[in-house]
Design a protein around this ligand. Structure first.
Ligand SMILES: [Fe+2]
Length: 357
């Protein structure tokens, strides 16, 4: 695939920090680059960089949190409501929240934000007030590159995801990060049920204080710019390995059965995803992810379609990052079409579609 030319910005040095021109570092070369005028002038260039490259890290722009939010309002005014998000976070003001407040010892695997929604956020912004020196990174990986590798190595599995989609199963019970009341910011069951129906979510009340939801979604999306196939689900988060890791780091009892596990996912028909495929993805994103260590005043914008992100553990308990999300991905509109009559690749290989290639 032809990569776009590295963009140019006024009074800014641009460095490519990854293979495949995926992660760009923009360093301001003079005071005033963080002004709202700069963002007005460069709105199209920044958004084009996000859509063509995937992740853009800003340093030295002299932007405070208020200006960060104002800059996002210029770049992408469509705001995204952070209700129904997996990990705990606090509302700072307006569209600004803290980044995840999951326990500092937890290593959060690479993931897409809110892949279980019918319309996940498209653009993510993170702002660093206080870094944790030497740790607490926000690594990113290129989902287009991952998709190409999967198409080459595991075509039958990818075609199975295209045919069946994915189904997320979430439990809001004593083993989850949040109660259903905290997750939807209401104590009304009727209000939660209305929200779930609106987002095409099946649900059941296991008991008065235990809600289980089922969200069937397209699993493979077509990036409208590069045309790359993107396997969107976040297998590292929706997996028992992560649940056990959280329990261990927080000194909690892990759920006794999969049926009580807070986060899980399956093929769209409820059949299990091959464990060795999930393990391979984990290794591959760990191998290819890249980080730029945070400094105070840095901010990081990324496309939630192209870039997967994670969080490494951190030692400075004062570490403070803020987050604000913009725009919406319509999973249904970007879904890669099913192959009529079955899996072409699987037929070529002469083996069942659910078998690892
Ligand atoms: Fe995240």
């Amino acid at each position: 695939m032809a990569m776009p030319q590295t963009p140019t910005f006024t009074d800014t040095e641009v460095t490519v920090c990854s293979e495949g021109d995926f992660l760009l570092l923009l360093r301001a070369q003079r005071p005033g680059c963080g002004s709202l005028d700069w963002f007005r002038e460069h709105r199209q260039a920044v958004m084009a960089a996000l859509d063509h490259h995937g992740a853009v890290f800003f340093r030295g722009f002299g932007t405070d949190t208020r200006q960060f939010q104002d800059a996002l309002d210029i770049l992408k005014p469509e705001r995204y409501d952070m209700i129904d998000i997996v990990t705990p976070r606090s509302h700072v003001r307006d569209t600004l929240y803290t980044s995840t407040q999951a326990h500092p010892a937890i290593d959060i695997p690479q993931h897409q934000e809110m892949p279980y929604r019918t319309h996940p956020p498209w653009y993510l912004g993170f702002y660093c007030e206080v870094p944790s020196e030497g740790d607490g990174f926000t690594p990113v990986h290129d989902q287009r590159r991952l998709g190409r590798t999967i198409r080459r190595l595991f075509p039958a599995v990818l075609d199975r995801f295209i045919e069946l989609g994915v189904r997320y199963v979430r439990n809001f019970n004593q083993y989850s990060f949040k109660s259903w009341q905290t997750c939807w910011e209401t104590t009304s069951r009727a209000e939660v049920e209305a929200r779930l129906r609106k987002d095409d979510t099946e649900f059941e009340w296991v008991d008065d204080d235990w809600l289980r939801t089922f969200q069937r979604r397209p699993a493979v999306l077509r990036d409208p710019v590069s045309k790359a196939e993107i396997l969107f689900p976040s297998f590292g988060i929706f997996h028992l390995t992560f649940i056990k890791h959280i329990a261990e780091k927080m000194g909690l009892t892990p759920p006794p059965s999969e049926a009580e596990q807070a986060l899980g996912c399956q093929f769209g028909n409820g059949s299990p995803i091959p464990e060795d495929f999930i393990a391979w993805i984990h290794q591959e994103v760990v191998r290819t992810k890249v980080s730029i260590p945070w400094q105070p005043g840095d901010f990081f914008l990324m496309s939630n379609l192209i870039a997967g992100h994670g969080r490494t553990p951190y030692s400075n308990l004062k570490r403070t990052l803020h987050a604000s999300f913009r725009g919406r991905i319509d999973l249904g509109a970007l879904e890669v079409a099913r192959v009529p009559g079955g899996h072409e690749v699987a037929r070529e290989l002469g083996r069942p579609a659910n078998e690892l290639a």
